[in-house]
Design a protein around this ligand. Sequence first.
Ligand SMILES: [Zn+2]
Ligand SMILES: [Zn+2]
Length: 702
Amino acid sequence: MSSDKPPSRFVPFLPLDPNDLGIYLELEEEVTDSPLIAFVRLIGDSPRTRCLRGALVSASGSVITPVVVKLRQEEAAEGFFPEDELEGLDASRDEWWVRTLADLALLQGDTSCFPELLLPAPDCSPLPTVPPLLFCTLLRRLFAVFCPTCLGPLRSYRAGTAPAAAGLPLSAGTEQRYLSCPQCRQEGRETRLWAVSPPVEATSGEVAGSFEDLQRAWAEAATRFASGTGHEGPAPPCLRCAMSATCLGGAPGGEATGRRRAKGAASQPLWNLFSSTESPYIVTRLVPASLEAFADRLGGRPDTAIPGLPDAGGFIFGDAGSGLDAVEILTLKLSLFLQILGCVREYHLRLRLPHLDLHPDHLVVDPGRPGELLPALWSFRTRLLGTSGTREVALGSGASVLLPPREMKVPFAAPRVREFSAQARRRAELLIERVSAESDGSGRYRIEATLRDPHGLHLRPSTHDWLLLAIPDGAEELGVASLVVRLDPRLGSGPGGEIRVTSEPVVLAPAAARRIARSGGLHLPLVRYRVYPRFTDGDDAFSLGVIFLRLLMVNDTQDLSAVAEVVAGTVRRATAAAPVPVRSGSFLVESALSAALAAHPNLLTKSNLFYRQIDRVPDRPHAVPDTLWRGVLMMAFRLIEMGINPPAQTAPVESDRLDAVRAEGEGLQRQLHAVLFRRQGLNLEVQALIEELAASDPAKQH
Ligand SMILES: [Zn+2]
Ligand SMILES: [Zn+2]
C-alpha cells in the first residue's frame, strides 16, 4: 500500500503513507488531474469545521466502511457574536476538540444512537493533529508542507515563541500565521518563517517568505533533489516522481519537460494547499442517509437515491389500494421520530445538558442491512450526529450559564435560543439600594439594586436566569466594571420594565461601600445588560416538535416554515387567551390544536403524509383513523408548547415531560400497529370502532 497508486478515488490521509489499514479521503471524480479536483464535503458541519467523506481502507485496498473526517476549517465565516465576553467555544480552539472528543466518548457504548468514534482515542494527550498539508493533483497524494532545506515537515510557528524578536507581529488569534522548520532550527541551520495563510504579498521582506517564495524554494529543492545530491531519508512523494517539475507549476527549467498541460493551467501549480496549519481530527463511521431524504422517501417521493435502499418500494402495504399504505407511512414516520426522541433523551442522560442545536442536518439514518426478512424501509436506525456546541461557562465567581452553539437554524431553534443569539447588550439604569458584606470575611459585598429598562426587560428574566451588567464608569466609582446579578424573589417585583436584583459577591472599592451606606444608594444612569436564560431540555422539546412537523407535513408543495409558524403562532395566541392557571399543559395544547385545525384544515390534514400531490387527492383511500392523526398532532403541539412556555425547572435536564411525550408516542404506535396487522382487511365500521377504542385509551389522557 505504500506504492504511489492508491485506489483511484481515495487518497491516503491517516497515515499519509499507510502500510496497512488506513483512513483515506474521497475525491469527487474518478480520474482527472485537474487542479480543481476536490475532496467530497459533507453537510452538517459548522462554519468552523469541515467534514470530508472518506473510507477505512484495508491493506488489500478494499473499502471496509465509509467514514466522516472532521477537520478544522481555517477561514471561518465571521459574524457570530460580535460581542466580546463569553463566547461559546468553537472549533478554532483546541479546547473545543478536546471537549468534543470527551463528549463523543461519553456517547459511545451499547446504544446505537450516535455515530461510532474511530479515531483518535478520546483520552489521548496531547491532542493528535495532522500537519499542514499539500495535495498533488497529479499523484493524488497528500503530504506535509515541507522545508525546502531539509525536506522535513513545516510546523506552525506558535505565538510568543520568538516572532516578536524577529520584528514580526505575534501570530496570535486570527492574524497572520507562520510556518517554520523545527528540524532545521534544532540542528542550528538558518531558518525562515513562511507566511502561508492568509497569503501575503511578497513585501514582508527578508524575515518571512510568502507562499510564492516558498514555491520558488521548493523548485530549487526539487532541482537539487533530481541532481542527486544524496538526500537520505523520507522525501515528499512528488520529488521522487518523474513529473516533479510539473507539479511545481512555474518551476525554472521544468516547464518543457514531461507531459503537456492544458492551456491556461500552464502557470497553475498542481499542488494545492490542503491545510495551512495543524488540525485536530475526528473520524467517525459514516451513516449514509440524511433525515430529510429518508423522510421524503417514506412519504413516497420518487427518485430519491438513498445508499443501501432500492429506489422504489420497500413497504408492506405499498400497493394495497385499501388506504392502509397511509397507516404504514404514519407508522414509519412516527417510528423515525420516536428514534430521534430516544437519541435526544440518551444525549440528555449521558451529558446532563440540553442539546440546543437540534435540526435535520444533525440527524442521519442508516437504512439497515438489506436482505433481511422485513421490507427495506422497516429496518432503519436514526442517529444523532456528534455533539452540539452547547457549553457550560462560568459567569463571574459563582454563576454558571449554558451557552447555545453559535450557529442556530430557523425554524428549528427554540424561541429563547433565537432571542439569545439575536440580543445585543441592552441599555438600562441601575439604582443600587444596599450593599451587604459577606459574612465569610472575604471582604466582598453583595449589591441589591433595581434594574430599569424603559423599553421593557429583554427575555423576561426569571429567578433562574443570570444577567451580566457592564458598568461603563463602574471601575472608577465602584471598583468593579461588571456585575453578575439575578432576580431576587425576596425583594418583590417592581412594575413592568423593572426588576429587583442581587449580585454575586464582588470586591468593592472601600470608599464606594462607605459612600453607598452613607448616602443610602447610588444611581448609575447607564449600564448595559445581557440576559443568560437558563436553557433546558424544554428548549430541545421545541426543536423536536418542529422536526416532527417536518416529518409529517412537508411534501412537494408544502414547506416547513409556514407550518411551523402556524403551530407556534396558534400556541402563543392560545397562551395569551388562556386563564392564568392553565397557561401551559394539556388543556392549553388541546385548545391550540383545535384552533389550528379549525383555522388551517388543509395545512394540517393527514394527506400531507404523502409526498406527491397525486396521493393527496380527496378520493384517495386513506385509512389513518382521525383520532390517531389528532394524537400525533397533539404530540407535536405539546413539544412546541414546552419551548414557548418553558416551565421553571432547577436542573437543565429533567426527564419527566419528554418521557411522557415518548410514552404517548409509543401508545399511538401500538394502536397503529393494531390497525396495520390485526385489523387488516376489516371494513370501515370496524375501523370506526377502533377509533372509539383509541379515544378511550388511557394512554391518550396525558
Ligand atoms: Zn528544514
Ligand atoms: Zn506531484
